[in-house]
Each structure stands twice: as structure tokens, then as C-alpha cells.
Ligand binder design. Structure first.
Ligand code: S3P
Length: 441
């Protein structure tokens, strides 16, 4: 069967309630932290996507056993020194930057060398952003051009570090936090704002950590090495997966959608803040705290009078995976939207800023770009008539799903390649679209 879909019709109005699958960032952290706990952990609603399955395979290769029970995964850890690293071990991180970068943090004490490899997309991404700080702990690395494969040799003589994380990258921050967990003494991190699931997890597991939040940076202190016990965790829905349905609903006439039990951590809801500033009226209902994370139902209705936005760059990191969709909303809004300092978008699974600009232009949207800043000239009457073939986007799951939303809301006839890319983060995506009435071939 061909790995592409055809979309010829806009989706018709809908009024439904859905649940999206578990949060990817939290799922990967659950697996990795359970691998470091003493005893059994139980994880409910773990996202069963390739990035997370690869995380499970990686810990298994490092000697950690897990089993899938009826509605949870059970992972049996042996504490902070519990990995069993065989000689000449190679581990495969697939498409996942989060897995590859976080596991390196956990391997700083490895007695044998471990080689990390990934797929084509991951093998083109920068790893110096984590190997530099991890070398300061005392680990050694060999690699070419700062890319995968990376070989790590850990040490017994780790020393705590002071680290400035200046990219707003939660992967870099978390990799260092996990290395700090394995290191006696106090590691001090000053980190530009980014998602804080690792910090919340540490607190929740009683790992000694102090966090002071300032306006642009967080100051974090971690005291290693402190073992912790197995835990139980019920992963909330993924806001990044929900985002496709938020924009789908906004841009479809006379529709309403409730998305149940989504993680709405304040470091993740940039997209909702941005869309609401553009005139959307996205609401939270049944908010509750779960182990330090905020979880809520999200209610969204169609909006035909979206307006442009001057988006503050301070919000970038809390919407980092959602800009493709925000650009789509901006293309349908009245007036000009501006976005600044989006260089990190080009460091993702594909060069997303380049591809987004190219895509918007190809569907007739006026876009001006200056370095990493872009201006989108919105057009509420945007209604496509042509035929559009979307391929060669490095199999980036989020590009595939964004173009599906474009096809279902803007008209035109679309042929979108690399359907399998959804397995990276959201295997249920097309099933949920069908549930809302989308016609997909
Ligand atoms: C993630 C952090 C972000 C994000 C990625 C998941 C995480 O990457 O884009 O999808 O789980 O820590 P960066 O740390 O590179 O910004």
C-alpha cells in the first residue's frame, strides 16, 4: 500500500468530544525515570508511539526489564547504578531527539562505551548541545561533526557542574538534570524558560531539587546521588497532539470540540495563549492538579474572525512544537502576523521554519522572511482550488499532520506523502480525524 493519503474535501461541521493519546515528553520521562528507580513502576496511558517504544527498547538493551500488562506498563529498575551495559553496545533512538539527548545524560556513569545511533533525520541534528555540558561532568565522547553516531564513555569520577542553558531547550536542560542525578554534590543550572516536566517529576519523586523561577530564566539546583523508589503514573493527554484539533476546529465552520484530560502545564500552552490573542475563545474546564502537572478538558469552537498577532518571542519556547499550526491560523486571520527569533524551529525533526515558509507560499499565502523572523499576511478569504502534492519534508510527523489540517480546512485537492510519519508521536491521528467526519483516501 502506498504511504500517502488524498484529501479532496473540507471536513464538514462537527460537535464532538475526543481524547488524544498520552503526552510524548512525559511518556519518555516516565520510561527513563522508571529505569532509574528502585523497584517496580506502573505507567498508565503511556503513549504507544515509535519515540516511546524506542525508549522502552533502549532501557531493555541497558538491562532493564519491562512488561506490558492490560492497561499499564510495568518497569523494574535497580536504582541509579542499575544499567547493565554490555561491551560494544549500540542503541537506536529512532527519530527522537528527546530520547537520544536524555539517555546520554543517564549514561554519564556507564563503565563501558555505548554508541547512540538514530534515523536519517536524527542523524542530521546537533549533539554538541548536550555533549558539551556532559563532558564537563567527566564523560568522554567521540563523534564526527557533532552528529550521531555519538559514542559515550562514562566515568565513576563525576563532578557536579554549573551550566547555562541558553537555547530554551528542555532536552538540554533535562539531559544535564539526569546527569546531575548520577553525580555526588550540587549541580547548578541557569536555564532559559522551557518545558519543566523533568523538574516537576524530580519534586514528585522526592529527588532533592530547588527551582527558582524568574521572568526569563529558571535557576535549578540538584543534589545527587539520591535513589528513589518505583512510582505509579497516569500520563495525561498531549497538548501538542491536541493542537492539530484546536486549529482544525477553529478553521471549520459551526463546529465545537472538547478534548478530555490534556496536560496544560503553563510551559506548554503557548499555542492557546497565541490563538486566544488572535480572537479564539479556547476554554479550560475541569482543571485539576495531577502529581504537580495541571490537567484539564479543553473546549474549542469555530472562529471565522481570527485576527493577526505580533507574537512576543518570550512565548516561543512554550509553543515550540506548534508553530506550524499557528502559522496556518495566521494565514486565515485578518491582518499581518509577525513571529520572531524562530531559529530553533530549523533544528527540529526537519528544518520546520524553511518548510513552513515554502508550504505557505505554495498555497498562495504572502510571507516575508528576514533571518529567523517571519511576517504572514493573513487572508480570511483564503480558499484553495488547486492540486497540491506535499512530499520531501524529511518524514516530519508534524509537517504531515499540519498539512492534513490545511487540506481539511482550506479546500483544494491534496496528496500528502509519508503517512507513516504519524507513528512517531500520534499513531491515532488519522483515526480521530475520521471520527470527526474527515474523508481520507
Ligand atoms: C522536548 C523538548 C523540545 C520539543 C520536543 C520535546 C522534550 O525540544 O521540541 O518535541 O520533551 O524535552 P528542544 O529541547 O530541542 O527545544
Amino acid at each position: 500500500m502506498l504511504n500517502k493519503i488524498k484529501i479532496k474535501d473540507k471536513i464538514l461541521p462537527f460537535n464532538k468530544s475526543i481524547r488524544v493519546s498520552g503526552d510524548k515528553s512525559i511518556s519518555i520521562r516516565c520510561v527513563l525515570l522508571a529505569s532509574q528507580a528502585i523497584g517496580k513502576s506502573r505507567i498508565y496511558n503511556l503513549l504507544e508511539s515509535e519515540d516511546v517504544i524506542n525508549s522502552l527498547r533502549v532501557i531493555k538493551k541497558l538491562g532493564i526489564k519491562y512488561i506490558k500488562k492490560k492497561n499499564f506498563y510495568e518497569i523494574n529498575g535497580y536504582g541509579l547504578d542499575g544499567f547493565l551495559v554490555k561491551k560494544n553496545l549500540t542503541i537506536f533512538a529512532g527519530n527522537s531527539g528527546t530520547l537520544a539527548r536524555l539517555i546520554l545524560g543517564l549514561l554519564v556513569n556507564s563503565q563501558n562505551k555505548v554508541k547512540i545511533i538514530g534515523d536519517k533525520s536524527l542523524s542530521s541534528r546537533d549533539f554538541s548541545r548536550v555533549t558539551n555540558p556532559l563532558s564537563e561532568f567527566g564523560a568522554s565522547f567521540s563523534n564526527k561533526n557533532n552528529k550521531l553516531p555519538v559514542i559515550i564513555q562514562g566515568t565513576n569520577f563525576l563532578r557536579p557542574i554549573k551550566y547555562l542553558e541558553n537555547l530554551g531547550s528542555a532536552q538540554c536542560k533535562s539531559s544535564v538534570m539526569l546527569a546531575a542525578l548520577k553525580t555526588d554534590g550540587k549541580t547548578i543550572i541557569k536555564a532559559k524558560k522551557s518545558r519543566n516536566h523533568t523538574e516537576i517529576f524530580f519534586k514528585n519523586l522526592n529527588i532533592p531539587i530547588k527551582v527558582k523561577e524568574k521572568s526569563n530564566y529558571d535557576y535549578i539546583e540538584i543534589y545527587g546521588k539520591s535513589n528513589f523508589s518505583g512510582f505509579s503514573y497516569d500520563v495525561p493527554g498531549d497538548i501538542s497532539s491536541s493542537a492539530f484539533f484546536l486549529v482544525l476546529t477553529l478553521l471549520t465552520k459551526n463546529s465545537q470540540l472538547t478534548i478530555k484530560k490534556v496536560n496544560i502545564n503553563k510551559t506548554r500552552i503557548g499555542i492557546i495563549k497565541i490563538l486566544n490573542k488572535m480572537n479564539a475563545n479556547i476554554l479550560f474546564k475541569n482543571k485539576m492538579k495531577y502529581k504537580g502537572e495541571l490537567v484539564s478538558d479543553i473546549i474549542v469552537k469555530s472562529k471565522s474572525n481570527l485576527k493577526g498577532i505580533r507574537c512576543s518571542k518570550n512565548i516561543n519556547s512554550s509553543a515550540i512544537d506548534e508553530f506550524l499550526l499557528i502559522f496556518l491560523a495566521a494565514a486565515k486571520a485578518k491582518g499581518i502576523s509577525t513571529f520572531k527569533d524562530l531559529g530553533e524551529l530549523n533544528k527540529k525533526e526537519s528544518p520546520r521554519l524553511d518548510i513552513a515558509v515554502q508550504f505557505l507560499k505554495s498555497i498562495g499565502v504572502k510571507v516575508k522572511r528576514h533571518d529567523n523572523d517571519i511576517k504572514i499576511y493573513g487572508n480570511p478569504k483564503l480558499d484553495l482550488k488547486g492540486k497540491y502534492v506535499i512530499k520531501n519534508f524529511k518524514k516530519d510527523h508534524r509537517i504531515f499532520m499540519m498539512t492534513c489540517v490545511a487540506a481539511l480546512t482550506l479546500g483544494g485537492k491534496f496528496e500528502i506523502y509519508d503517512k507513516d510519519s504519524i507513528n512517531t508521536s500520534f499513531p491515532n491521528f488519522l483515526k480521530l480525524l475520521k471520527k470527526l467526519g474527515a474523508k481520507l483516501n
